[in-house]
Design a protein around this ligand. Structure first.
Ligand code: C2E
Ligand code: MG
Ligand code: MG
Ligand code: MG
Length: 287
């Protein structure tokens, strides 16, 4: 009896594991199809400067599957990374977002810069910088209008190699943002050596501004960015109260639902024209 129950427990555990593996396999297969059939899409989330002007827009990938429904990138990006699909996916994101940037430029829209998330696996490829430079050249774009977002984990495996790559990209004109700052496990020492332009403070620390009386970590991270002459972007800003506090702390740029959710390319155009009209209204007000 006891033996039987024990086996039962074991197989229950094993079953759960198998289910998880099956689920991952399902996602991997469906994602492969989605990439091949051009079923991914991009949305853009505005980044707003403390002067209320558009500082940039971050491209975020979206996937709707007929059977699985909307799958979050937080779920499928890690699976794409494990299975190697991230290279095709990442390449598609770069190509598609650059095409959208061309549309905006042709329409005379000033979007600041386009910010693209780059996976550690993409960045680790030795040809990454050359490929990006080539795409930008072929499309007739200027690198200064493009920012790549990297997380700490992608930068620290081989610091020397990373620095060389970043220098190459920045020499060509690209901007580089350190994404999800504060959530990694690394020490602060590397920050001094990394050639970057922008520090993106993770949402977890922006939440801190609302939750606690004092927010020493958030304050310190903003101060670090300022001392290093980096632009500091706050991620996941959801309230006017947070904006007020961030402004007082000297944070330059805000991104979050308070200003706008991520928008389709067309929604983004409409949003920007409304935003610009509002701006003009404010600018032309008698003082
Ligand atoms: P991330 O790069 O840190 O992007 C910010 C995430 O926060 C996005 O989630 C965005 O929709 C969400 N967000 C923005 N403002 C708010 C807010 O005010 N409140 C809340 N609750 N959330 C907010 P999303 O689009 O689900 O993406 C999740 C992560 O997936 C991204 O985090 C990024 O690491 C990854 N990802 C998304 N698109 C791509 C891509 O094209 N390539 C790669 N490699 N990774 C991507
Ligand atoms: Mg990002
Ligand atoms: Mg982020
Ligand atoms: Mg994040």
């Amino acid at each position: 009896q006891a033996k039987h129950a024990g086996r039962g427990c074991y197989s229950y555990y094993q079953q759960a594991l198998e289910q998880q593996t099956n689920h991952k396999n399902t996602i991997r297969q469906a994602l492969k199809q989605a990439i091949a059939n051009n079923q991914l899409s991009l949305v853009y989330q505005p980044q707003i400067g403390s002067d209320d002007r558009l500082y940039g827009a971050e491209a975020l990938v979206r996937w709707h599957d007929d059977e699985l429904g909307f799958v979050s990138p937080a779920e499928f990006i890690p699976i794409a990374e494990e299975s190697g699909l991230i290279h095709q996916l990442g390449d598609w994101v770069i190509q598609k977002s650059l095409s959208d940037l061309i549309i905006w430029q042709q329409l005379g829209m000033r979007v600041g810069h386009l910010s693209i998330n780059v996976s550690p696996w993409q960045f680790a490829l030795s040809g990454f910088a050359d490929r990006l430079i080539e795409l930008v050249q072929v499309k007739g774009l200027q690198a200064k209008h493009i920012c790549i977002e990297l997380t700490e984990s992608s930068l620290l495996t081989d610091l020397k190699e990373t620095i060389a790559k970043l220098n190459k990209l920045r020499a060509y004109g690209f901007r580089v943002a350190l994404d999800d700052f504060g959530t990694g496990y690394s020490s602060l020492a590397y920050l001094r050596d990394l050639p970057i332009d922008i520090l993106k403070i993770d949402k977890a620390f922006i939440d801190e501004l609302e939750q606690y009386q004092s927010s020493p970590l958030t304050e310190s991270m903003i101060a670090i960015g300022q001392h290093m002459s980096l632009d500091v972007v706050a991620e996941g800003v959801e309230s006017a109260n947070q904006v007020e506090k961030l402004k007082a702390l000297g944070c330059d740029v805000y991104q979050g639902y308070y200003f706008s959710k991520p928008l389709t390319e067309q929604q983004f155009r409409v949003w920007l024209s409304h935003h610009n009209q509002q701006q003009e209204g404010i600018d032309s007000r008698p003082t």
